[in-house]
Design a protein around this ligand. Structure first.
Ligand code: PMP
Length: 423
């Protein structure tokens, strides 16, 4: 079904929450960038399949065979959703974080890694054991490409290299020039992995058309329930690397050696990195979400979401003292993820007030992108918790921000209520 001009039905759309001022209101989930509510359609698909599920790749019975087929068909659905090349692998993981850590463990020897400081920690940190170059935040798309080209051109020795870049920022919602960065990487003999955690829920991602080597994303941001993710792309590095996890499913043959040890021959293909019994429901639900989004049609989803983006930005622009965080400026293409600070307000208190007084769920903090948020706020580095932030001292700049994010399930009323509340 097409979504027309209305939201797609999602879980939790009718939940009422108490207000501190008395009474109740329908919860406005405006924190899609953290986890989007699952589509009702995905939940229904999973419920229809659930009575029949069985072990995958591990049973001779009818339900095991059925589950194995559904599991492997899910791989094909995801490959189609991402426009994979025939030789690409689709590996099922737990999340984007898991996918990028898997790839980090498959880097060839002496691989240089290039990342912008603007990345989410999931794309900034997994490469710490490699030779990492962290690039300064660019202020235009052209500067992003030039910065990368300069860094790649300067690298010595010319061994293997990997660039990791986000498709859409989880802080500013701004799109990155992925196609151009991929061309720059390839021109300099490097490979590129796209962190599509925030891009895939909002835009079609075509791995062949973008000409990226790998794509990573998470089911729980793509309107599927929690627990599954994807790493899709070139198989060669994955095939030569040790398995991400050692265990059953990744091993083709295991034999006892005369000296008492064991020899193992690892599988090739996705199975090499999918040891252990897989998350069958999670994988099935990711595929169901891919199908539901494809059927709803990204054209209408994007058009509708852009209308909401414009409404939020226009509303925030009217409020004195609100500063929207942006790297690339007002005209940059962006998805439904917008972060801001309000003069005179502690961002955590502001977010708490939106919840308590209006039933609106947003997020405050540094959004697991500490270097980026600090660059955007112009604040000094400080000790913080993993994703949280300390309070600003009196007279100091804000150390954290407020993020509102939305997507295919967001009714206009949620955005209207948010704009009214901030005003
Ligand atoms: N990359 C980006 C851009 C993200 O926004 C997130 C989640 N906030 C991640 C990676 C990590 O995703 P997950 O928590 O599902 O592993």
């Amino acid at each position: 079904p097409s979504c027309g001009d209305g939201p797609l039905p999602v879980l939790g759309r009718d939940v009422s929450v108490p207000l501190v001022t008395g009474g109740e209101v329908t919860y406005a989930a405006l924190d899609y960038a953290a986890s989007a509510p699952a589509l009702q359609r995905v939940w229904d698909d999973v419920a229809a399949y659930a009575p029949y599920y069985g072990s995958v790749h591990r049973g001779a019975g009818y339900l095991s065979q059925l589950s194995t087929d559904l599991f492997e068909n899910s791989r094909t659905t995801v490959a189609d959703f991402l426009g994979c090349r025939p030789s690409d692998e689709v590996v099922f993981t737990r999340s984007t974080t898991d996918s990028l850590n898997l790839l980090a463990g498959a880097l060839p020897a002496e691989c240089g890694v290039f990342v912008f400081e603007t990345e989410h920690h999931a794309s900034l940190l997994p490469w710490r054991h490699a030779d990492v170059t962290v690039l300064d935040a660019p202020r235009t798309h052209a500067e992003a490409v030039e910065t990368l080209e300069r860094a790649l051109a300067a690298r010595t020795p010319h061994g293997p290299a990997l660039v990791c870049v986000t498709g859409a920022s989880n802080v500013t919602g701004e799109l990155w020039p992925v196609r151009e960065l991929a061309a720059a990487a390839h021109a300099h003999g490097a490979r590129i992995v796209l962190d599509a955690a925030q891009l895939a829920p909002h835009h079609p991602v075509d791995i062949a058309e973008l000409d990226v080597d790998w794509v990573a994303f998470s089911g729980h941001k793509l309107y599927a329930p929690f627990g599954s993710g994807v790493l899709a792309g070139r198989s060669d590095w994955l095939q030569t690397a040790d398995p991400y996890l050692a265990g059953g499913g990744a091993s083709r043959a295991v034999t006892r050696r005369e000296d008492g040890g064991v020899d193992v021959e690892w599988h090739t293909g996705a199975a090499r990195h999918e040891a252990g019994s897989p998350n069958v429901i999670g994988v099935y639900s990711i595929a169901a979400a891919c199908k539901a989004l494809t059927e709803a049609g990204f054209d209408s989803l994007v058009t509708r979401e852009q209308r909401l983006v414009d409404a939020v930005r226009a509303g925030l622009a009217e409020v004195p003292g609100v500063r929207v965080l942006s790297l690339f400026g007002d005209d940059a293409p962006r998805v439904g993820v917008i972060s801001f600070v309000v003069d005179g307000w502690n961002s955590s208190h502001f977010a708490a007030a939106l919840s308590a007084e209006y039933g609106i769920g947003v997020r405050d903090g540094l959004f697991c992108a500490h270097p980026l948020v600090r660059t955007l706020l112009g604040a000094e580095p400080r000790e913080t918790g993993e994703c949280g932030a300390p309070e600003a001292a009196p007279g100091e700049k804000s150390l954290n921000a407020i993020r509102v994010s939305f997507g295919a399930g967001t009714p206009d009323e949620h955005v209207e209520r948010f704009v009214r509340a901030v005003g």
